[in-house]
Design a protein around this ligand. Structure first.
Ligand code: LLP
Length: 416
């Protein structure tokens, strides 16, 4: 459930109409609902009650400082994948002990940065990374807490670009080699083995891949125990899907209920890394119709948001709902391709959408709170959108729209 609904024919974020936000802040603008973010985080946190646990929000989904701050206040943990994300999370006030560091390409600089602040653990994804981390930690006279991200080789049955738990994906340590790596890591002077984890893909709509992956991980935990290697935590990853259209993903409570019996038996602390399920439906992208353009048998609805603001449709052929901010009964409904101003045929937000709109009207692209702004670019020298958090009746501008000065910051001309 989210807090975007129509009141008197106008779409509102909590208690604020999106028309009012567009009037004051312009478009395109991402609008997030604090109540929705909190509700979604708490759905995970409360489902895990009774087991030692830490829900680590996957920062890549939406890394705005205010979003991180909202979750930090709820005692969230954070799953980061870069030094930049570590910096953001620390700025938002998160204690290092609630941060886990994932990703296949951690640099030495990022390792030092994370060891200096003392993060909860490194989710290590290869033997080469383990060796490097050991070397960096020894040089700093520290021990790096390590959890291997195991690749359990299960098919998450999602889009191939966001499937990560198959053997042929670049992610994680092959489950067959993991055992040897645990043995090696447990002897390394710069490493303390603390956990095991996996992340098999994103936008998963079915519990069975989670269960299959967990069974494989737990079998490995047992084999390790028999060799005297005991772990403190198990991280079941992120990946729980959300409803974009008519999907019926399990809710966090259903996921936890399914895995709880297996996890409780282990006594391990349980970690999770949800991103989309927390932020996705907590945000919309607000955009204005610039032109309506007939072309052959088609009608284009040209809006002021584009693939540089929201790349999911162009990149994954993703379907996201596009709804009018003000419902109109005075206009004929037509079938439109909703497109942006960028000079690419792939610049579209939605195909074949039934809309009753005229130029100047506002539209909202739903489920844009995750992998929206974080994947935005400046292509076509388009300033990135503003970001707003609505909290009840309060409207907070949490990232100003970029200016032309922002676009050229750091660039220099030649001394001709
Ligand atoms: N943990 C790790 C190690 C991850 O790689 C990811 C996402 C997550 C957690 C969070 O997954 P989530 O709960 O959000 O599904 N840009 C794509 C999604 C890429 C996901 C990458 N990894 C999209 O817009 O659909």
């Amino acid at each position: 459930m989210d807090h975007f609904e129509y009141r008197d024919g106008t779409l509102c974020a909590e208690d604020v109409s999106l028309s009012e936000i567009a009037r004051v802040h312009g478009t395109p603008t991402f609008v997030y609902s604090r109540a929705t973010l909190s509700r979604h985080f708490q759905a995970f946190d409360q489902a895990l009650t009774g087991m030692p646990h830490l829900v680590c929000y996957a920062v890549k989904a939406n890394s705005n400082l205010a979003v991180l701050q909202i979750l930090e206040r709820l005692d969230a943990g954070f799953d980061i994948v870069s030094g930049g994300e570590l910096d953001r999370v620390m700025r938002a006030g998160a204690p290092a002990r609630r941060i886990v560091f994932s990703g296949v390409g951690k640099t030495e600089t990022e390792m030092r940065q994370a060891l200096t602040v003392g993060i909860r653990c490194f989710n290590v994804e290869s033997e080469a990374e383990l060796e490097r981390l050991n070397r960096v930690a020894v040089a700093m006279n520290k021990r790096a807490p390590v959890s291997f991200r195991v690749n359990p080789d299960v098919d998450p049955r999602t889009h191939p670009y966001i499937s990560t738990g198959l053997k042929e994906n670049k992610f994680g340590v092959d489950i067959a080699t993991a055992e040897r790596l645990y043995r090696e890591a447990s002897e390394m002077p710069g490493i303390t083995v603390v956990g095991i984890g996996c992340h098999i893909g994103s936008q998963l709509l079915d519990l069975s891949p989670f269960m299959d992956a967990l069974d494989r991980l737990l079998a490995l935990v047992e084999r390790l125990k028999a060799q005297g290697i005991t772990l403190r935590h198990i991280d079941v990853g992120g990946g729980l899907g959300v409803r974009y259209r008519d999907e019926n993903p399990p809710d966090p409570a259903a996921l936890v209920a399914a895995i709880r019996p297996k996890l409780e038996a282990t006594g391990l602390e349980v970690m999770m890394e949800p991103g989309r399920a927390i932020a996705g439906n907590a945000g919309v992208l607000l955009t204005r119709v610039e032109y309506l353009k007939p072309a052959g048998d088609k009608h284009f609805c040209i809006v002021d948001a584009a693939m540089n603001d929201l790349i999911r449709p162009a990149l994954y052929d993703a379907w996201q709902a596009i709804v009018p901010v003000r419902q109109r009964s005075d206009l004929e409904t037509r079938t439109y391709d909703v497109v942006g101003p960028v000079c690419e045929s792939g610049d579209w937000l939605g195909h074949d959408r039934e809309l009753a709109v005229s130029p100047g009207d506002l539209l909202a692209v739903r489920t844009a709170g995750a992998y929206g702004f974080t994947m935005a670019s400046n292509y076509n020298s388009r300033p990135r959108a503003a970001e707003i958090v609505v909290d009840g009746t309060a409207v907070h501008l949490v990232r100003a729209r970029e200016s032309y000065d922002d676009l050229v910051r750091g660039e220099a001309m030649l001394p001709l």
